[in-house]
Design a protein around this ligand. Structure first.
Ligand code: NAD
Ligand code: UDP
Ligand code: UDP
Length: 322
C-alpha cells in the first residue's frame, strides 16, 4: 500500500465523485468530500459516513476554501445538459471561480491537482476520433457554452498555474461516463433510456438518432483518473479518458430495449441546439502513459446500470404503494 494521503474531492457527492471517494478510501487514504449538493446528494456517500477517514463538507467552490490536503480532485460542476443549463451563469462560475479557488489552494499547499475536464472542449468536432491535440469546434455563445467554455477556461487556468507557478497539474478529458448512482432525473441519455424502458414509457431519441457517443463504465473511468493522478510530475495531460466503442443513439436505444425486455416504443424529439454529431476518444496517450484502457463493454456496463435502476424504481414503487 502507498503512504496514506489526505485527499480533497470536490463534487464528491455526485455520480463520479462518490465512486472516486469510495475507491480512495478503499486504498487507505483520508478523503474530504466538498459539495454544495446541487446535483449530488448525501445519499450517494451515505455508506461511507461511518468510515472515520471520510468527511463531507457542504461548500460551494466558487467561494474560497481553506484546508490542509495533499491532493485535490476537482470534479465540482453539474455535468448533464439539463442541469448545467438550469443556471448557466452559476455553471460558468463553478468552472472558472471554482478552478481559481482550487488552484489557489493547491498553490498554497504545493498539492497535486487534477481537473475533471470533458470531451465537450472539442465541441461539435471536425476531427474524428478526437485526439488531445485537436483544439475543438465550440460555439462560444450557445446554450451549451456555459459548460464547454467554462471547462475550456478552467483548462487554461490549470496550464497558466503550471507555467506561472510550477503547480503540479493533471487534466483529464472525460468522455460520456455512465453507471449506477446516476439520478433517474439526471437527463443524460443512458439514465433517460433505462428509466423510460423500465417504466415502459416512450424512449426519447433526439433528432434522427444517428449522432454517436462513446460510453465508458464508471469503474473504468475512476481507475483512469487515479492512474493519471499517480503519473510523474511531468505528465500534465490533457489526457482523454473514455471508451472508444462508438454507438448511435438508435443503437443504444435498441440495446436498452433488448436488455430490459421493455415494451417501450421509440419516439423522436427535436435535436437540442449544438448537439455534437460524433464523439469518440483516441486513447493512445492514456494507453501509453497510464497503461489504461476500459475493461467493461457497453452491454455488460448497461446490465449493471439497469440492475441498479430496476431496484431503485422498485423501491420507489413500493414506497408509493405503502
Ligand atoms: P454530477 O452532477 O453527478 O456531479 C457533480 C457534483 O458537483 C455534484 O455532486 C454537485 O452537487 C457538485 N457541484 C456542482 N456545483 C458545485 C459547486 N459550485 N460547489 C460544490 N459542488 C458543486 O456529475 P458527474 O457526472 O459526477 O461529473 C463529475 C465531473 O466530471 C464534472 O466536473 C463533470 O463536468 C465531469 N465530467 C463528467 C462526465 C460524465 O459523463 N459523467 C463527462 C465529462 C466530464
Ligand atoms: N484560495 C483558496 N484557498 C487557499 C488559497 C487560495 O480558496 O488556501 C483562493 C483565494 O480566494 C484566491 C484564489 O484561491 O482568490 C487564487 O489564489 P492565488 O494565490 O492564485 O491568487 P491571489 O490570492 O493572489 O488572488
Ligand atoms: N439524447 C437522446 N435522448 C435523451 C437524452 C439525450 O437522444 O433522452 C441524445 C443527445 O441529443 C445527445 C446524446 O444523446 O446526442 C448524448 O446526450 P447526453 O445529454 O447524455 O450527453 P452529451 O450530449 O453531453 O454528450
Amino acid at each position: 500500500m502507498q503512504h496514506p494521503k489526505r485527499i480533497l474531492v470536490t463534487g464528491g457527492a455526485g455520480f463520479l465523485g462518490s465512486f472516486l471517494c469510495e475507491r480512495l478510501l478503499a486504498q487507505g487514504h483520508e478523503v474530504i468530500c466538498v459539495d454544495n449538493f446541487f446535483t449530488g446528494s448525501r445519499w450517494n456517500v451515505a455508506h461511507l459516513l461511518s468510515n472515520p477517514a471520510f468527511e463531507v463538507i457542504r461548500h460551494d467552490v466558487t467561494f474560497p476554501l481553506y484546508m490542509e490536503v495533499d491532493e485535490i480532485y476537482n470534479l465540482a460542476c453539474p455535468a448533464s445538459p439539463v442541469h448545467y443549463q438550469h443556471d448557466p451563469v452559476q455553471t460558468t462560475k463553478t468552472s472558472v471561480h471554482g478552478a481559481i479557488n482550487m488552484l489557489g489552494l493547491a498553490k498554497r499547499l504545493n498539492a497535486r491537482i487534477l481537473q475533471a475536464s470533458t470531451s465537450e472542449v472539442y465541441g461539435d468536432p471536425d476531427v474524428h476520433p478526437q485526439q488531445e491535440g485537436y483544439w475543438g469546434n465550440v460555439n462560444p455563445i450557445g446554450p451549451r457554452s456555459c459548460y464547454d467554455e467554462g471547462k475550456r477556461c478552467a483548462e487554461t487556468l490549470f496550464f497558466d498555474y503550471w507555467r506561472q507557478h510550477s503547480l503540479r497539474i493533471k487534466v483529464a478529458r472525460i468522455f460520456n461516463t455512465y453507471g449506477p448512482r446516476m439520478r433517474p432525473d439526471d437527463g443524460r441519455v443512458i439514465s433517460n433510456f433505462i428509466v423510460q424502458a423500465l417504466r415502459n414509457e416512450p424512449i426519447t431519441v433526439y433528432g434522427d438518432g444517428e449522432q454517436t457517443r462513446s460510453f465508458c463504465y464508471v469503474d473504468d473511468l475512476i481507475t483512469g483518473l487515479i492512474r493519471l493522478m499517480e503519473t510523474p510530475d511531468e505528465v500534465t495531460g490533457p489526457m482523454n479518458l473514455g471508451n472508444p466503442g462508438e454507438f448511435t443513439m438508435l443503437e443504444l436505444a435498441e440495446l436498452v430495449l433488448e436488455l430490459t425486455g421493455s415494451r417501450s416504443e421509440i419516439h423522436h424529439l427535436p435535436l437540442p441546439v449544438d448537439d455534437p454529431k460524433y464523439r469518440r476518444p483516441d486513447i493512445a496517450l492514456a494507453r501509453s502513459t497510464c497503461d489504461w484502457e476500459p475493461q467493461t463493454q457497453l452491454r455488460e456496463g448497461l446490465g449493471k446500470t439497469i440492475a441498479y435502476f430496476d431496484s431503485l424504481l422498485a423501491s420507489e414503487r413500493s414506497t408509493r404503494l405503502a
